[in-house]
Every structure is written in structure tokens, then in C-alpha cells.
Design a protein around this ligand. Structure first.
Ligand SMILES: [Zn+2]
Length: 464
């Protein structure tokens, strides 16, 4: 805690005077990290050696000359990435399976963050206590415009997915208690429950996924929610102009958007006077590359590549993200921030399923329930809303001998989900074991969720 306060004060008081100053700071941290992985990570040492890079090169090498990594590569070589034997796939997998405590620490040393996705692209990312502190400092500094004051705590309500070890819940529950009074609400609760909690708490600051905050804006317009936050922070999904306008006009407050990922929880944020996403570049080196891996410097869009400069526990260097971005590689052109600016294109967009109860009230499911499918036996899956209140859940299994076990498990998860959303008497579903997931022309060829609207369009094409 003491470290954090010192760090907060230091961060607040130091001024990064120019883009040049910022890149120098980032470059110094980058070389320190390279030196560290060369001497401590078997994975990186081998990877770089194979590319003819030696320890002597680390002071001069350009980032462009380093090979890429990705979630797939790091998950495959998991045990060799870190120098700490505690960070091994076997123990961490069993930790992830056995705990739902997003506030907990693995072996009292590390914060484990899990990403959504099926077995093939499922990932865990690891932060030591010190790295977690740095992250909190970056987040508080970049994402909040409130001046921290231990004598008057800021009331912060956070709408997150608490079911699983996800970044949002872990971080939000861990914002310094000295400065913030925090209410964490599970996005899976019914909207009525969320409204009641928020009405009672009356947050100064609210944070959540774009979709969850938009739902709250709708509730506020309808008069069921009555809160008056001074600032709202959104993250996790693309903030469209429409969503931005809805939130901003309904709550009439500052709106801060954040580009966050499990790989680095606060990569870039907008500010109260500028809607651009400013990269915390002194801690997150971001590059954009085309499909051939060539760096794009002219502002065109491409694949985001991240080098996390503060994580030594599980280092991410030239790590390909799944996001399409464009990068303005200089200070923000629209405000006085020295940070470079990114634009995000399709983010991690998933379709949102919406259901209607018999009394006409609607309820949406935030898409992160796709984590339910993080099971070793599930190779692929798709959820199709074949009727407004009926889902077909298609599964491709690696081992069909265990079909009953998987269906039992998923049925339990979906039943609980619909129960907590008060949709248990509304929505029904079936499981279908299939050999492969067919391509779909609507909602993306490989979309994991097909809404009723998209399903109807597809049927029209096929059957006229
Ligand atoms: Zn700006």
C-alpha cells in the first residue's frame, strides 16, 4: 500500500513534457525488460536465439527486429515464459478451476487473470503484487479525473462480470480503498436488482462494459434508475458514437472510455476534454502491423501488437492482440496530451441476445457467458436464437464419450444464469452435438452467437 501511495504521488507530480520524453522513457523500460527476459526466461531466450539475437544486441536492437508472440504461442510454452516455477500451467489451471474469488492471490503472490474463449484460445495472464500496484496507479491516473483525497472518498460503482477471474472485477475491487468506496455489481444480475443497488448507492463514478452502461442509460430514461454520476468509465467493447451519445446525454456527465485487456488492463483511455484514446505509452508499447507482420506507420489500420513494459512475472513482448486498431504515432493531435492515440475498429464485438418476458419487459445477456464454454472437451460451439425465447446450443466435442458430463455442466450454468436474470420461465434451450459449426453469412462467419434477427435473415437466404 505504501508503495502504491508513493507511486501515485510520484506519477501525479512528474510531468512527461513531450512525445520524445515519453518514447525515451518507454525505450529505457523496454531495454530493461529485454535484458531481464534474456537472463530469466527460457522461452524468450530460446526464441531470440533462434532469430540470431544475442544479449549484446538488446541495447541497440529495434523492436521491429524481434519476433512476434501471441496468446497461442505463450499458452503453449507457458512453463518456460516465467522464471518462477510457481507459474506453471498445471498448478495455475487447477487454481483457475478451483477458485471463483477474483480478489484472491495465487500462492499469496500473483493475481491470475483469465480471458474468455474456448480451449484453443483460452489464456491466463499473471501479475505480481508490485505489477498489480503499477497497473492500479496507471488506471487511477489515466482513467479517473477525480483528484484522490483520503478524507473524502469517491463512491465508485463497478458493473462487471464477477463470475470467473476476469480483469475488470479483479481490478475494480482492488482500486485503493483509501480513496474509493466501491460497490461491485455482477453484470449477470437482473436489471431490476442492478437498479436497486445503484439507486441506493448513488455513485459519483460508475464503470462498466459499454453494453451494461447503455442498459443503465435506458433504465434512467425510463425512470427506473435515478442516479447522478459525475463521471462514467466504459471499457471492454467498442464504444460506438451511438452508445457514447446515449450515455452522455442521459447522464449528462464526463465519459471516459478505456481500451483494456487481460494482457494489460489499462492500455489507453480518453479524457474529459478529448475523446481520443490516449495510450499509456510509457507502460504499453503499441504497434500496428499488417497481415504479413510489417509495421504500419502511416495511420492505416492493422493488428495491434503489445509490449507490456511493467510485467516481468509473465512477460508479453511483441504480443499480437486480436484487435484491429490504427495508431497516430505522435502526441494527440486534438488536445495537449503528449500520448499517442489509437482508434479501435471491431474490438471484441459479439452479438447480444435479448429476450422478452410475458409482461413485455426485456432482458439482455452480456456476451461474456461464453466463458461457460471454457472446457477442455469443447472444441467449438455456437448459440443460435432460433425463436425469440429459444436457443439451440451447438457443441463440437473432442470426446463424444463425455457428452453427458458436458451437457450436465453447461445445463447447470445456463439454468443458473437464467435464474439470476429472472428468465428461467421465459427462455428454453436445447443442446445439439454437431460435427462442425457451419459458416453463417450474418453476424460473422464464425460468430459464436447468432441472434434471432440474424438467424431469420440466414433462413430467408437459404429457403427463400
Ligand atoms: Zn487528445
Amino acid at each position: 500500500m505504501l508503495f502504491l501511495i508513493k507511486q501515485l504521488i510520484a506519477e501525479k507530480s512528474k510531468r512527461i513534457s513531450s512525445f520524445d520524453d515519453l518514447t525515451k522513457r518507454a525505450d529505457k523500460r523496454f531495454r530493461l525488460l529485454l535484458k531481464y527476459v534474456f537472463t530469466n526466461s527460457v522461452f524468450y531466450r530460446d526464441l531470440y536465439s533462434k532469430h540470431g539475437i544475442t544479449i549484446k544486441d538488446i541495447y541497440n536492437i529495434k523492436i521491429d527486429d524481434l519476433p512476434f508472440t501471441s496468446k497461442e504461442i505463450l499458452m503453449k510454452n507457458f512453463d518456460a515464459v516465467s522464471c518462477d516455477p510457481l507459474i506453471n500451467r498445471k498448478d495455475i489451471d487447477s487454481y483457475v478451476k478451483s477458485t471463483a474469488d477474483y480478489m484472491g492471490w495465487y500462492k499469496d503472490k500473483y493475481k491470475i487473470i483469465k480471458t474468455s474463449g474456448s480451449t484453443n484460445n483460452y489464456g491466463v495472464f499473471i501479475y505480481s503484487k508490485r505489477e498489480w500496484d503499477i497497473l492500479r496507479v496507471i488506471t487511477v491516473n489515466m482513467a479517473s479525473n477525480f483528484n484522490v483525497n483520503p478524507f473524502k472518498k469517491v463512491k465508485l460503482a463497478s458493473l462487471v462480470d464477477t463470475r470467473g477471474l476476469h480483469a475488470g472485477a479483479s481490478l475494480m475491487s482492488d482500486i485503493p480503498k483509501l480513496f474509493f468506496d466501491i460497490l461491485v455489481i455482477d453484470i449477470y444480475e437482473s436489471q431490476k436488482f442492478i437498479n436497486e443497488k445503484l439507486n441506493k448507492f448513488q455513485p459519483d463514478l460508475m464503470s462498466g462494459y459499454v453494453h451494461g452502461v447503455c442498459m443503465c442509460a435506458f433504465e434512467q430514461m425510463e425512470g427506473r434508475l435515478n442516479i447522478n454520476p459525475k463521471e462514467i468509465t466504459t471499457s471492454g467493447e467498442l464504444l460506438t458514437d451511438e452508445a457514447r451519445n446515449t450515455i452522455a446525454t442521459t447522464f449528462n456527465c464526463r465519459l471516459i472510455n478505456m481500451y483494456a485487456a487481460s494482457e494489460s488492463i489499462c492500455i489507453a483511455t480518453s479524457s474529459p476534454n478529448c475523446q481520443n484514446l490516449h495510450i499509456a505509452y510509457d507502460w504499453n508499447l503499441l504497434e500496428v502491423v499488417d497481415e504479413f507482420g510489417t509495421k504500419i506507420t502511416n495511420g492505416n489500420s492493422g493488428n495491434a501488437v503489445l509490449t507490456n513494459l511493467y510485467n516481468y512475472s509473465f512477460p508479453l513482448i511483441r504480443y499480437k492482440m486480436n484487435d484491429m486498431i490504427s495508431l497516430h504515432y505522435n502526441s494527440c493531435p486534438n488536445c495537449d496530451a503528449v500520448y499517442p492515440v489509437i482508434k479501435i475498429f471491431d474490438g471484441r464485438k459479439e452479438e447480444i441476445l435479448t429476450f422478452t418476458r410475458s409482461d413485455g419487459s426485456e432482458e439482455s445477456l452480456y456476451y461474456s457467458f461464453i466463458n461457460f464454454f471454457d472446457e477442455p472437451n469443447i472444441k467449438a460451439y455456437r448459440i443460435i436464437q432460433k425463436e425469440p425465447n429459444f436457443l439451440e446450443i451447438q457443441l463440437v466435442l473432442l470426446n463424444k464419450m463425455q457428452t453427458d458430463e458436458i451437457i450436465y455442466l453447461l445445463d447447470d450454468r445456463f439454468r443458473n444464469l437464467f435464474l439470476s436474470k429472472k428468465l428461467d420461465n421465459v427462455v428454453s434451450y436445447n443442446f445439439a452435438i454437431v460435427d462442425e459449426i457451419e459458416k453463417n453469412e450474418f453476424g460473422g462467419k464464425f460468430a459464436r452467437i447468432i441472434t434471432f434477427d440474424n438467424y431469420k435473415k440466414q433462413r430467408t437466404i437459404l429457403f427463400g
